[in-house]
Design a protein around this ligand. Structure first.
Ligand SMILES: Nc1nc2c(ncn2[C@@H]2O[C@H](COP(=O)(O)OP(=O)(O)OP(=O)(O)O)[C@@H](O)[C@H]2O)c(=O)[nH]1
Ligand SMILES: [Mg+2]
Length: 563
């Protein structure tokens, strides 16, 4: 079976990030704000996703970054047996119970002069459609690698997606507080298997499991500073740092320091020094060694984001024309989520502002329908917390309340029309019927299904034979079904019964081919809620057989492959 990420149609989404060099074009229009002010706001935005294979520490790092930005006073309020659990980022009950992220979470905070928009993503491949959507909305990515595990399958896939989309990547080798591999060995793996040149900005002093601090690399690999960290209890607060000169470091640490200094020189000999242009072009990746759990290296990551990560740049629309951040307002919706907590059961559409100034209350145009769209209820979110936002700028993520017309991939704009490329959708490979256990709950069940469908938690398929009481759910991975069941119970108080169907793949078909397909054994035709006709097949041999025997049938793959 293909892993879901093989199916992403990254190609059809087109390159959404245009060269960053054009970002500094003179500002043309800026609504109420002067053009100089808008340019300033754009220049101080950093919008990035935190991505990796499951369990590398994304949510822990997200929380550590928020701690450093003084947005929270203590990391991981819950210190359960299984270790600390993220509270800012993993807020769904299921996430807390399982210790995994099932949905992406946006946070905004200020650090120094910068406004940081961060999106923590789920690592599990069952939720990778969400992660890919986030990657269409950011300007950079922070990739985590577990120091003991090195490159894992999902890490590789995500690196490829970033490369394909031209997203610059900052690499964090995490969990250095635990025994792991040698620092240079991990770097070799990145260059050999991904073809991306890792250029460490800092090297660890002390082997994995004995993390003492970081060596800051200067020109030609010469060590310029030693940053020594001190552990705090459970890593709940910022780790105190002391700064030493290389001479002091050698006297203090001895061999671990000289080893790191030698490694730094070796890296320079092979050209592994930071080069801003190559980084922005996606050919090199700055590397930091860290322990998200102990808050080691977290400030250095923030510093790197502020100094090296690109501010919002122009984005190409469906016709390939760039929309500059200084152009009139435009934004792209990349995620829809409801039921974020018991107190706010409303539906939020998250948009990333691409250009211009956003002012709450302004009436914009919804590109997909051509209709005016009022933005009276706009929020900025911090995990599950929310506050009204009055103005926002390119790079910012803003949640629009109860914007039922908006779906992922939709565009909003002001003045000159623009429509951004659609967000690729994945081919489902898992299918199940769902029904309410109690017939009396049918009404809530219907409502819940519509809600989860519009969020894209799963795809919902129907046909006349099966009727409406037990629609078919189609998913990239089976854990999506668990999310549906859990949310049905938690948000709608409906207990459900899930029954897997023996189908393995789906193809897009049309009204002409549908009756013939429906007559075949091991095939069933459905209408997806967006009106697309899907034929489900018991296995690929059945599909191949029909394609050979009845070549006139319309059977299109749902998406092209990314690699
Ligand atoms: N020793 C150590 N453990 C860490 C570190 N960072 C995270 N962990 C632990 O690794 C586990 C997974 O951390 P998460 O932050 O939930 O990982 P994630 O990448 O968000 O996982 P998904 O969202 O499910 O993909 C937790 O038990 C963390 O406490 C670290 O720097 N050192
Ligand atoms: Mg997580």
């Amino acid at each position: 079976m293909n892993s879901p990420t093989d199916n992403v149609d990254a190609a059809s989404a087109g390159p959404s990030v245009v060269t960053q060099a054009a970002a500094s074009r003179p500002v043309a229009t800026a609504g109420a704000t002067t053009s100089a002010r808008l340019a300033e706001e754009i220049a101080r935005r950093r919008t990035f996703a935190v991505i990796s294979h499951p369990d590398a520490g994304k949510s822990t790092l997200t929380e550590a970054l928020a701690l450093h930005a003084k947005m929270i006073s203590e990391a991981g309020a819950i210190h359960g047996k299984a270790g600390r659990r993220s509270t800012v980022s993993d807020w769904m009950e299921m996430e807390k119970a399982r210790g995994i992220s099932v949905s992406s979470t946006a946070l905004q905070f200020e650090y120094g002069d910068c406004v940081i928009n961060l999106v923590d993503t789920p690592g599990h491949s069952d939720f990778s459609e969400d992660t890919y959507r986030v990657l269409t909305a950011v300007d950079a990515a922070v990739m985590l690698i577990d120091a003991a595990k090195g490159l894992e399958p999902q890490t590789l896939k995500l690196f490829q997606v970033c490369r394909h989309r031209g997203i610059p990547v900052i690499t964090v080798i995490n969990k250095w507080d635990r025994p792991g591999r040698a620092p240079l060995e991990l770097l070799d793996e990145i260059s050999e298997r991904i073809g991306l040149t890792p250029t460490p900005l800092f090297l660890p002093v002390g082997i994995a499991g004995d993390f003492r601090g970081l060596l800051r690399r200067g020109a030609e690999g010469a060590p310029v500073e030693y940053i020594h960290f001190t552990r705090t209890a459970g890593g709940a607060t910022i780790a105190p740092e002391e700064s030493y000169t290389p001479e002091q470091a050698e006297a203090r640490e001895g061999e671990p320091w000289t080893t790191a200094a030698e490694e730094s020189e070796l890296l320079s000999a092979t050209g592994q020094d930071h080069d801003q242009e190559l980084f922005l072009a996606g050919q090199t990746s700055p590397v930091i060694y860290a322990s998200a759990m102990l808050n080691f290296g977290v400030r250095q990551l923030l510093e790197t984001l502020v100094t090296l990560a690109p501010p919002p740049g122009p984005r190409r629309d469906v016709r390939g024309e760039p929309r500059d951040p200084s152009d009139p307002f435009s934004a792209v919706v990349f995620k829809v989520q409801a039921g974020m907590d018991a107190a706010h059961r409303d539906r939020l559409a998250f948009m990333r502002i691409v250009s211009g100034e956003f002012e709450r209350g302004m009436v914009v145009t919804h590109a997909q329908t051509g209709r005016p769209f009022a933005t009276k209820y706009a929020l900025t979110v911090f995990g599950r917390e929310r506050s009204t936002v009055d103005t926002a700028y390119p790079g910012d993520v803003v949640g629009l309340v109860n914007a039922t017309a908006l779906a992922p991939g939709h565009t909003l704009f002001l003045d000159r029309k623009v429509e951004f490329p659609p967000i690729p959708s994945f081919a489902p490979e898992h299918f199940a019927t769902l029904r309410a256990r109690s017939a009396g709950k049918y009404k809530q069940f219907r409502k819940a299904i519509d809600q989860l469908d519009s969020e894209g938690v799963v795809q919902v398929l129907r046909n006349d034979t099966r009727g409406d009481a037990s629609p078919v759910l189609a998913a990239v991975g089976p854990m999506q079904f668990e999310v549906v069941s859990a949310r049905m119970q938690a948000e709608f108080n409906v207990e459900t019964q899930l029954d897997f169907l023996p189908y393995q793949l789906a193809r897009r078909t049309d009204a002409e081919s549908a009756p013939e397909l429906d007559r075949q054994r091991g095939v069933e035709v459905f209408t997806r809620s967006d009106g697309v006709l899907l034929a489900l097949f018991s296995d690929k041999w059945r599909l191949q057989y029909l394609q050979k025997e009845m070549p006139k049938l319309t059977l299109e793959p749902l998406v092209a492959t990314a690699d």
